[in-house]
Design a protein around this ligand. Sequence first.
Ligand SMILES: [Zn+2]
Length: 428
Amino acid sequence: PSSSTTTQLFETIVELDGEGGGEVSSSGEESGDEPDDQRGKISFELPTPEVIFRDMEGSHWNSFQAAQTSFSFDGTKFTRRAQVQRVHLRKKPFMQGGMRLAYGMVLDPVASEPDQAHWMCGKRLFQDVLHQDGGFQAHSAFCRSTAVAHYFAKRFRTQVGKANGGRLEFGFVPCNLYSPVSKGEEGYHFCGEKWLKGHFVKLNSNAGFVNETEFGEHSDIAQAFSHYTFDRSKGELMVVDLQGICGERARSQGEGNELYFLLTDPQVHSSGTFERFGPGDLADQGIRAFFQHHRCNEWCRLLDLKKEHDLCDPTNVVKMPGVAQCIQWMRSEDSRAFFRDLRKSCRASSIVVPREVYADWQDIKVWATDKGGKQAEKLLQARLDKFYATARYTEHAPSTCAWTVERWEQQLQAWRTESGAPIVAWPP
Ligand SMILES: [Zn+2]
């Protein structure tokens, strides 16, 4: 039943994030923080829409004029459009998340008993997390995230739908910002969107969690969508926290089934020039966390999505000598287990080891979060030292030597020819 699904909405999110086990913890809504004392005093109503929306005449509603701001995104910039709306908002919330309270909401014109199509949900941040502007920036971050998700979803739908015989419905519930202007109601903001009914499912989180246990086909498409947004924004944006109502419905006879997604509350991780998307925007750390758990699937391949290491610079680099034996050692069967463990223990999302000799000193590139990257550097160096211990002979150049670089190059070349051994100079 829809009412019990709604009750579970935020609880489910908290549990699932815990299971994600990502190194970066979500500072967003689903952080699962214990509400403080002030929050504990809030009184709630039951999350039963049939009761909430039964009687518009009652004393349970606040009605006021509000500026409704809608955000759209065109791939590079945002546009805002505002209009005045009469809003009816329940006095008591029916639910709370880590950072927000959710209220029943209806827009004018309204019937005395509005039907489901007019049911809405108002989401307002706790006062104690707001800054000077009454929460305008913080609330608009949710709307901006949704606008970005909407922009990419439209393109994703077309491209995936084409390959899938047009069988994909993939969208986000529009999210607008409301700023009351009636006397006595000014000075605060909240977000409003259509009330979602149905089985609520979380497909990924902003901290790297990937749902692998339910809604398999939906989850694959959702993970590919997050990857897609990163690829198409050239590594500047990534839409995650994909959650909402998912399912499958029969098309007209003989045309098979169609998957549908109606998602809400997406979060954007931004890297580069965009203004941050609120506290849930974990930037590069969030992007690393996604790739650490993401394995490209058929949809990623179909869309020809570029890998993380093609789209952004490595977070850490370890120098290795451009010596064939050393490359062989690092790419040997023996080293395979080492790299598997390294990826895991350092939570590295990608590690790239050179395949062939192209310079005296070459880069082993690592993509990892701050702490993991440092640890990976140490372990890679230790792995190289193991090779050096058996294969390297070091000769120190006298510090008084006045040879030029050219002279050294000449001499090294002569020694290489004479000895048949690879010789590289340090420092690079
Ligand atoms: Zn992928």
